[in-house]
Design a protein around this ligand. Structure first.
Ligand SMILES: [Zn+2]
Length: 148
């Protein structure tokens, strides 16, 4: 798969067809439009890399640092107790879009994820992204956040 047939390259990076939370020269973060939990965010490199084998170290680091930067805002905005951060490599590992991406999934204590994709409206995705962006812009004091 190359850039021309990649939905993240064509729809997200080129057309910005997503509820975008964060963007810099190398990365973008946006709401997963088929989340396993409300507030499910994806972080991607703007350049096309398929998986852990072809992503350069500096881009890999940039993507993962964005997840670290956004984590406090996601926890607060989604009123979450914890986070899953994960990444799939290959079709047999449930990678659906062959463009490197990192999942950041807010979790609530006692609520099991069924790993089924939910269908949310554009309004629901926009609301979550606005709440997370606001928390991120407010530069929250992470010493006040507790992960359970
Ligand atoms: Zn791509």
């Amino acid at each position: 798969m190359d850039r021309k047939s990649c939905v993240f390259c064509t729809e997200i990076v080129a057309n910005r067809n997503a509820a975008i939370i964060y963007e810099d020269d190398l990365t973008m973060a946006f709401m997963d439009n088929a989340p396993v939990e409300q507030g499910h965010v994806l972080v991607i490199p703007k350049s096309h890399y398929s998986n852990i084998l072809d992503i350069p170290d500096d881009i890999y680091s940039a993507v993962h640092l964005v997840a670290k930067k956004l984590a406090p805002a996601i926890l607060l905005a989604m009123n979450a107790d914890a986070l899953n951060i994960g990444q799939n490599n290959g079709r047999c590992a449930n990678q659906r879009v062959m463009h490197y991406h990192l999942h950041v999934i807010p979790r609530k204590c006692g609520r099991q994820i069924e790993w089924m994709r939910k269908i949310l409206t554009t309004g629901e995705l926009d609301e979550a992204s606005q709440n997370i962006r606001k928390m991120f812009d407010d530069r929250v004091d992470i010493s006040k956040i507790k992960i359970v």
